[in-house]
Design a protein around this ligand. Structure first.
Ligand code: ATP
Ligand code: MG
Length: 350
């Protein structure tokens, strides 16, 4: 099936100016997003997940800037392509933000106004983005509330955020995002603040909505466990770079990058009963200095000599799967896979 591309990032570089120094947060990243898919971006704290996706909406902090590359959006009105990296005026960003690409953050309370009713906040978005009159806007607001699984929408319409539980508030935030009619929904750790059962419900809701509203979803998480049943594709981010990308199956059953192996090994499901959780030893490299070679080399017990010298290019594993590791070079020695990879292959985990 030919998939339609909705967003294409090519060789993107993002830097921050901080106290006279430059932090290179996103290093030469390319990625495509397709119509209707759920793409998960996983990686540990500081790997660049939020910075990367904020750049699609002009939401970088003031000291941040795109230093190179392009982000092209293909879903604009009359299917016009828009080069997002060329946008500089706030007024132009407002045409994209919410309207074409919307974002849901970790803490729903910060995105809701405590002084306004739930209904009026959703309705504001409807009026702004859907070009309808008041009566129709009320009807649509109630429909959106229902679509995100909020019962008794008429009653809920009149209530304030503090009358909602955490999970319900996150549903409202999702309703507001949906009301803007976006084509891409970026969910930045949307469930981290919620407990496990509610977390699963919100993820199910996102899955359902992507069909109902024909959305492409980018799901950011540091929990690979969340991703397994949810994402069509997974991008693994490390030190400002996507080091491996593939379908969920490829990433879970045939991972190639040692960092992906380490992430899988640190899943709670991977721990043996009674043994300590595996955490990845060492720390990521500083982004203030030029990184030589493979950024993961100093934490990789099986690193090769070349890993410390030369940055690996992408090696294509399948048409949908590629990874930046010298292990995929023809000349690389065979290494033993960590036990977790074998275990998952035998069907022991998901
Ligand atoms: N305004 C800023 N000034 C300087 N550095 C910044 C700024 N914003 C982000 N960074 C740096 O950019 C890098 C990427 O940060 P980012 O927030 O994207 O990480 P993340 O993968 O989203 O992490 P987390 O899982 O903790 O949310 C980090 O090193 C961070 O310190
Ligand atoms: Mg983040």
């Amino acid at each position: 099936m030919e998939r339609e591309m909705i967003l294409e990032v090519v060789d993107l570089d993002i830097c921050f100016q901080l106290r006279g120094k430059v932090l290179h947060a996103i290093r030469d990243v390319s990625m495509e997003l397709y119509q209707g898919e759920i793409l998960a971006i996983v990686g540990e704290s500081g790997s660049g997940k939020s910075v990367f996706t904020k750049s699609f909406m002009g939401l970088l902090d003031k000291n941040g800037y795109v230093a190179g590359g392009s982000i092209v959006y293909f879903g604009g009105e009359e299917e016009r392509e828009v080069n997002l990296t060329a946008i500089s005026r706030e007024r132009d960003w407002r045409r994209i933000r919410g309207h074409e690409i919307a974002m849901i953050m970790q803490d729903p309370m910060t995105s809701l106004n405590p002084l306004k009713t739930i209904g009026s906040q959703i309705m504001e978005a409807v009026l702004l983005h859907q070009k309808v009159g008041r009566m129709e806007a009320i009807k649509r607001t109630l429909k959106h509330l229902e679509d995100v699984g909020i019962q008794e929408p008429e009653k809920r319409f009149e209530q304030y955020p503090h009358e909602f539980s955490g999970g319900m508030r996150q549903r409202v935030v999702i309703a507001i995002a949906i009301a803007c009619n976006p084509k891409i929904l970026v969910c930045d750790e949307p469930t981290t603040a919620l407990d496990v059962t509610i977390q699963a419900q919100i993820l199910d809701l996102l899955k359902e909505l992507r069909h109902k509203y024909n959305l492409s979803v980018i799901l950011i998480t540091h929990d690979l466990g969340v991703v397994a049943n949810m994402a069509d594709r997974v991008a693994v981010m490390y030190a400002g770079d996507i080091v491996e990308i593939g379908t969920s199956e490829e990433i879970f059953y045939d991972p190639k990058h040692p960092y992906t192996w380490a992430l899988l090994s640190s899943l709670p499901q991977a721990g043996q009963k009674g043994s300590d959780l595996f955490s990845i030893p060492g720390t990521p490299p500083s982004l203030y200095v030029d990184i030589k070679g493979d950024a993961f080399a100093n934490r990789n017990p099986q690193a090769l000599k070349i890993d410390f010298v030369k940055r690996p290019p992408y090696f294509q594993v399948s048409p949908t799967h590629k990874a930046k590791t010298w292990l995929l070079d023809k000349r690389a020695p065979k290494v033993t896979l960590p036990p977790i990879v074998e275990k998952i292959r035998k069907g022991g985990l998901f």
